[in-house]
Design a binder for this molecule. Sequence first.
Ligand SMILES: Cc1ncc(COP(=O)(O)O)c(C=O)c1O
Length: 368
Amino acid sequence: MELLARAQQLERDGRDIIHMEVGEPDFPTPAAVLAAAHAGLADGRVRYTPAAGLPALREAIAAWYEQAFGAKVAPSRIIVTAGASGALMLALALLTEPGDGWLLTDPGYPCNRELVAAFNGRPLPLHVDAGTGFQPTAALLREAWQDGVRGLVVATPANPTGAVLTPNELDALADTTAALGGTLIVDEIYQGLVYDAPAASVLARRQDCFVVNSFSKYFGMTGWRLGWLVVPEGAERQAEMLAQHYFISASTPAQLAALAAFSKDNLVDLELRRQILAERRDVLVDGLESLGLRIAARPSGAFYVWTDVSARTDDSTKLAHRLLEEAGVATTPGLDFVSREAHRYLRIAYTTDVARIAQALERISRVI
Ligand SMILES: Cc1ncc(COP(=O)(O)O)c(C=O)c1O
């Protein structure tokens, strides 16, 4: 956030900044989604919805699971939330008793630590490295498990590494978590943004996990603040009651807008966006490697490249500041995402077009 604030300051001063630090692509909200929001507002549909979300939206999400992934999910198991953030919060609120430990992949999404702590749980790092493609394995999970662990949170694709679990790998994690008496939370927020294999959902194969998703990334709706949580059968009522207490309901205009997100035309547009992101990934990964930077595990999803800059610097935070000040390229230092060897890594997002990525690579090469 410090770097983002500085980047914005430099922009106000007239500097040209290439933004590769933020977790949102440069695509606008899809036109059909905007039109649905306009229509909803014009109709005066601005009151609270039921706590678990508009029934029509929960049904649309359930239908999409079936159509896209062959997953049968009853709408009653879907709770609409304020982004994946709201869904992670709800799941952790529901599952955490004071003192419970949660294994969180490290590197991983930093907010999970704070959410676990907010419910008096204990965030426990589960260290992963390039050796396992920056994802946990069943063996690593068994090794890290200890008394008082409540469960594991994994994201696939992951932030900041873009690492994707195969269905078999994810099943092994789910089986192991269940065998150890814990609960698995799968964050599928970047589902759909995968480049080397078809998009998948754990829900196609099993129903005992809590699954987080969002309209933010694949559906291009970051600022609308809308996502959802899928709970296992039996947890619906408790999740709904917690949602009532915490949020009353998710944003009504955003829910009305999201009803249009699953239309056939929109899904065609989103597929084109995915292909654009795939091309950007290749350009950025190849470009960084040609600068002598190491990509320890080629990212297969999301829109981040977890770049090992240790061949060029012993301090990635310092490098991020230099890239911004001297080259006008905003990136994110590893510090926030990982507890070990953070100084080796920069997260570089391909959230800008190929021409700007090429320009960024040229500017980065001058600095390093
Ligand atoms: C892995 C992961 N989970 C959850 C979120 C929260 O996203 P949102 O609340 O916008 O859906 C993010 C945002 O970047 C993320 O990277």
